[in-house]
Design a protein around this ligand. Structure first.
Ligand SMILES: Nc1ncnc2c1ncn2[C@@H]1O[C@H](COP(=O)(O)OP(=O)(O)OP(=O)(O)O)[C@@H](O)[C@H]1O
Ligand SMILES: [Mg+2]
Length: 242
């Protein structure tokens, strides 16, 4: 298992990663608002299901599940169908956070509180029960509540990611870089939970804006360091080989 790589299946990304993400590790997807973090993370899960026959789990935090399902359908990714087929588990933290009653929520593994411990045990239970291989937590800043400190969250996330790694699960967590900030994450702790970092950016070239991606760190792998141009198109993220 040591050198086993989990392919994202995203055009061009596995090449940047030196083949894929080391199996069992946790990778942080970071970038400013709207850089494509959710799209990349969901594409990793969808490719797992469609290309590699691996089940996935997504913790939806900070975005309405129905809206996410609708948006992802535009890339041809039918999350609802995958759920029905038992290939995908969605855990809806957003509903709990904004107080939507349980009987009008839609996901199988329902939370009753925003408590991080409950979230972790629900994720772990779902992964074990369904033999899930790919997990996404989108996003880490949205896991923070009034009653939990960032330090608590860091410890809890580290525990979760370690446990998931031990059972062969490869995890992506997302975080946001505040607009214009010279840092890699919202709290400065997310990069320490992860053994790899992928950064998404907007860059101005002449008078037009382009999207760029860079693998900042990937423990245990020789990877490329250059920033690469990517696009979000009809089929999701595609990295240009220029
Ligand atoms: N169907 C689509 N086709 C092409 N581009 C799209 C499509 N849907 C969204 N986009 C682009 O992707 C961007 C949002 O991507 P995404 O939601 O993955 O970003 P994010 O980094 O997760 O954003 P946030 O910080 O709000 O969570 C949009 O702002 C838009 O530019
Ligand atoms: Mg997002």
């Amino acid at each position: 298992m040591l050198n086993e790589k989990v392919r994202t299946g995203i055009n061009g990304l596995d090449e940047l990663l030196g083949g894929g993400i080391p199996k069992g590790s946790t990778v942080l997807i970071t970038g400013e608002a709207g850089t494509g973090k959710t799209t990349l993370a969901v594409q990793y899960i969808v490719n797992g299901i469609k290309m590699f026959n691996e089940k996935g789990l997504i913790v939806v935090a900070g975005e309405d599940v129905e809206t996410l399902q609708k948006f992802m359908l535009q890339f041809g990714w039918d999350l609802r169908q995958f759920e029905k087929e038992g290939k995908l588990v969605l855990i809806d933290l957003t509903s709990v956070k904004i107080g939507i009653p349980a009987d009008v929520r839609f996901t199988e593994f329902q939370l009753t509180t925003t408590d991080i411990k409950q979230l972790i045990s629900t994720i772990y239970r779902a992964v074990k029960q369904n033999n899930i291989k790919r997990v996404v937590i989108d996003s880490v800043p949205n896991l923070v509540t009034e009653t939990s400190s960032v330090e608590d969250l860091r410890t809890a996330l580290l525990m979760l990611c370690t446990l998931l790694g031990r059972i062969g699960c490869t995890t992506l967590i997302t975080t946001e870089i505040p607009e214009g900030a010279e840092k890699l994450s919202t709290y400065g702790m997310e990069e320490f939970v992860a053994s790899g970092i992928i950064k998404l950016m907007f860059k101005k070239e002449g008078n037009r804006w382009i999207r760029k991606i860079q693998v900042r760190k990937m423990r245990g792998t020789k990877h490329k360091l250059e920033e690469h141009v990517f696009e979000i198109g009809k089929e999701g993220i595609k990295i240009s080989n220029k």
